[in-house]
Design a protein around this ligand. Structure first.
Ligand SMILES: *Cc1c(COP(=O)(O)O)cnc(C)c1O
Length: 392
């Protein structure tokens, strides 16, 4: 069981508001904030290079911590400045020829889909969408029917940005591997709220961000690449960190996942990311998952009971993202009315997950994403406000 009072003490931002946007950009716990600020102060004292040299071991430990979280070697982790940067740096390194096929999920995030469409345009590969089953999850049988040896990459969104769906990652990976396709997992909304254990999921790569459920700083992200794949892939963008200039006309790629990184980074943010991962490991992923599921379940059930409110979450197992609309009230107006009452939610628009939202004829949904620091009283206060909005 997670200690709610301790979690709240470490989260000053949750004292005077009901914060329900950990799927957007969460409230960092105090140790993360202190780590970032301390490093910025040190940079101002001794300069960025000396300050970073003083923390070399801690910087290396960031990858070790992420490796522990995913149960993979630290050398298979690259640190980036966002989840999209991580996703694209793997995706653009996968060789594609005319006639090759890329499969996307129905809940695909816009950034991934745009990259896939761009690569299809420049390589002659095609982009196809895996249908969903009746529950809204990836239809694994339909996927098996689509697969052949021209499928080079299958993209799976673990938990989409616009609702509580959780996709069956392992089943997708097993099916895709049967024809030799690579599986790229968008774990942006799952890392920090659900267990993401690579040897169980069997994905070839995964991308994620610091600022969402991990409660890390903005401008941080990470990529895992299966160790034996790393040396087969040449990133589309390299600098003097991912490669070494060894002769006037030659360069050598880094042997580990750092080939997917660029040299310059926000060192304070990176240390803060490490602090966020360590904070999560200290709490235990299972305790966090359970606490989020409890709060999201309470919130979702409470919304479903309010006349004039529709919950839009798909799937069987549900994530901590709750999506809903209030009859006759624009989602932006719902968000703004809640903001006036010190409740933070966001709006997820059709263009972020175009395929899924279009199929369901949704223009936008309100998104409430409670983390473990949200108290039961917070959830009740939120429900009371939504109840008032639905009545007026
Ligand atoms: C937020 C999000 C992303 C993008 O993350 P960035 O860090 O903003 O690049 C990708 N996929 C999903 C499902 C997301 O919710």
């Amino acid at each position: 069981m997670l200690d709610l009072q301790a979690a709240r003490r470490d989260t000053p931002g949750c004292f005077d508001r009901v914060f329900l946007d950990s799927a957007g950009s969460s409230l960092p716990p105090t140790p993360v904030l202190e780590t970032v600020i301390a490093h910025l102060r040190r940079e101002a004292e001794v300069g960025g290079y000396v300050a970073a040299d003083e923390r070399l071991d801690d910087l290396a430990a960031v990858k070790t911590s992420l490796g522990r979280l995913f149960d993979v070697p630290a050398s298979s982790i690259a640190l980036t400045d966002s989840a999209s940067r991580a996703w694209t740096s793997f995706f653009y390194a996968v060789p594609l020829l005319p006639g090759d096929r890329i499969l996307l999920s129905q809940a695909e995030y816009a950034a991934n889909a745009i990259a896939a469409l761009q690569r299809a345009k420049t390589t002659g590969a095609s982009v196809e969408v895996i249908p969903s089953d009746a529950s809204g999850r990836i239809d694994v049988d339909a996927l098996r029917g689509m697969l052949d040896e021209r499928v080079k990459l299958v993209s799976v969104v673990h938990a989409p940005t616009n609702g509580g769906l959780v996709n069956p990652v392992r089943e997708v990976a097993d099916a895709a591997h049967a024809v030799g396709a690579l599986v790229l997992l968008d774990a942006c909304q799952s890392v920090g709220q659900l267990p993401v254990v690579v040897p169980e999921l069997e994905v070839d790569a995964l991308s994620g961000t610091g600022r969402k459920w991990l409660r890390g700083p903005r401008g941080t992200g990470f990529l895992y690449v299966r160790p034996r794949l790393i040396t087969e892939l040449e990133p589309a963008v390299l600098d003097l960190h991912g490669a070494t200039w060894t002769a006037p006309e030659a360069y050598e790629l880094a042997p580990d996942a750092s080939r997917f990184e660029l040299w310059e980074t926000d060192v304070a943010g990176r240390l803060g990311l490490g602090a966020a991962v360590d904070y999560l490991l200290g709490l235990g992923v299972d305790a966090v998952t359970e606490a989020i599921a409890y709060r999201a379940g309470h919130l979702r059930d409470g919304l479903a009971d309010i006349d004039g409110v529709t919950v839009h979450d798909l799937g069987v197992q549900r994530s901590g993202i709750v999506s809903f609309t209030v009859d006759g009230v624009d989602p932006v107006a719902v968000r703004d009315a809640l903001a006036e009452r010190s409740v933070t939610v966001t709006v997820s628009r059709r263009s972020s997950t175009l395929l899924d939202m279009s199929a369901r004829e949704l223009a936008a949904v309100v998104r409430a994403s409670p983390h473990y620091f949200v108290s039961p009283a917070d959830v009740d206060r939120f429900l009371a406000h939504v109840h008032d909005l639905a009545r007026s």
